[in-house]
Design a binder for this molecule. Structure first.
Ligand SMILES: Nc1ncnc2c1ncn2[C@@H]1O[C@H](COP(=O)(O)OP(=O)(O)O)[C@@H](O)[C@H]1O
Ligand SMILES: CCCC(=O)OP(=O)(O)O
Length: 360
């Protein structure tokens, strides 16, 4: 099908940076990472309060790059901690804006993606979208049962990148995403391993404050009794324990850094503790992939390793040697999120998909 030219601005707000990209449909024209200093962000008491500051830095960056916003056909932001929704491209509406502002399912910089996209698009009278936010929830009923009746398992994961790499993998095999079974391990600051069955992520660990492998920053699954003891030890407030589990666990807690490149350098120079912990992270990722292969009854077309950590050759090797008996292992390093946002918006602008309405 012949596609018309659609200029799309994609916005991905992360904790200390805002990444932006301008695309012609899914072809990248310009990309920029705007870094925010601690001093800049410490002026704001909440993530939501940063919206105007971040929006202005985006408009300034576009101006510096000579990008004329009046040529845009749509703006697409990374969606945040909304109500659980199925995957897809959603037009930003007033209900979504309200949920993003209060942080319906919690606080995360990605909550700003939809808000900033809307503000820029509204002034230009063009649509604003979000694509596959972190709350995409396509879990099977079986996967929701935790074993502790007061707690349900939740789907919070790197849906945007997981679905984009899964689509690409299916396409390479001459199949549609809706026709394949894939295991995708996104390995970034958090790590999530999803079972993609015929285009739906039917099981995945909650990579923010849930379960799964430990990661550069997160604790992942920890022994429950010991965690309860720690919570009631009187040493930590509620906020402190959450921060410890989400931002100060994993590699950071054991090795004092969450920078995987530095950890790899320490291993090469003979640091045995760094080696043990790094190998343990690979071991836990492989164990999660093995567990989720049972969800797919062993019918797995491919295992995809993606995210920033997939640039690390030794990590990829350590995981592959434990899981390559399950299926072919494909490496798609990086987080590909701006590209995935543009692709999601382009599918709607070109009439290949209809924008979904939040909450559906
Ligand atoms: N060349 C590399 N080799 C190994 N790890 C890397 C490399 N580049 C980045 N990383 C790691 O990737 C992580 C960030 O991954 P990314 O997918 O961008 O993050 P997130 O999913 O959290 O947004 C960081 O922990 C960083 O140390
Ligand atoms: C697990 C989804 C939240 C998320 O995006 O985490 P990181 O970017 O910190 O890996």
């Amino acid at each position: 099908m012949q596609r018309q030219s659609n200029r799309i601005l994609a916005i991905n707000p992360a904790s200390t940076s805002t990444k932006i990209g301008v695309f012609d449909n899914d072809i990248l024209i310009m990309e920029k990472m705007i870094r925010h200093t601690t001093e800049d962000l410490s002026k704001f008491s909440s993530i939501n309060d940063q919206y105007l500051f971040r929006k202005n830095t985006i408009l300034e960056a576009l101006d510096e790059e000579g990008m004329n916003v009046s040529n845009l056909a749509a703006v697409c932001g990374r969606g945040g901690l909304l109500r659980p929704i199925e995957g897809g491209t959603y037009e930003v509406n007033s209900g979504m804006l309200e949920d993003l502002r209060v942080g319906y399912s919690g606080q995360h910089a990605s909550n700003l993606g939809g808000i900033i996209a809307f503000e820029i698009a509204d002034a230009l009278n063009i649509p604003a979208f979000i694509v596959d936010p972190v709350v995409v929830d396509e879990l099977e009923p079986l996967a929701r049962v935790s074993g502790f009746s007061s707690i349900k398992r939740k789907s919070i994961f790197h849906a945007l990148n997981q679905k984009a790499v899964a689509r690409r993998c299916a396409e390479k095999r001459g199949r549609r995403y809706e026709e394949v079974n894939l295991i995708v391990a996104h390995m970034g600051n958090g790590i999530t391993v999803g079972a993609h069955h015929n285009g739906r992520v039917i099981d995945v660990n909650n990579g923010l404050h849930g379960d799964g492998p430990f990661s550069p920053e997160r604790a992942g699954t920890v022994p429950t009794g010991d965690l309860v003891e720690l919570c009631f030890s009187g040493h930590y407030s509620h906020q402190e324990i959450i921060k410890k589990l989400v931002r100060q666990s994993g590699l950071f807690a054991y090795l004092g850094t969450s920078d995987v490149v530095k950890v790899e350098q320490r291993i090469v120079s003979g640091d045995k503790k760094a080696e043990l912990i790094y190998h343990a992270m690979a071991y836990q990722i492989a164990r999660e992939i093995g567990a989720i292969s049972a969800v797919l009854k062993g019918q797995v077309d491919a295992i995809i390793l993606t995210g920033g950590l997939a640039y690390g050759e030794s990590l990829v090797e350590l995981i592959s040697e434990r899981v390559s008996w399950i299926a072919d292992v494909e490496i798609q390093p990086g987080e590909n999120e701006l590209q995935a946002l543009a692709e999601g918006a382009a599918r709607v602008l070109n009439g290949e998909e209809r924008a979904k309405v939040y909450p559906f």
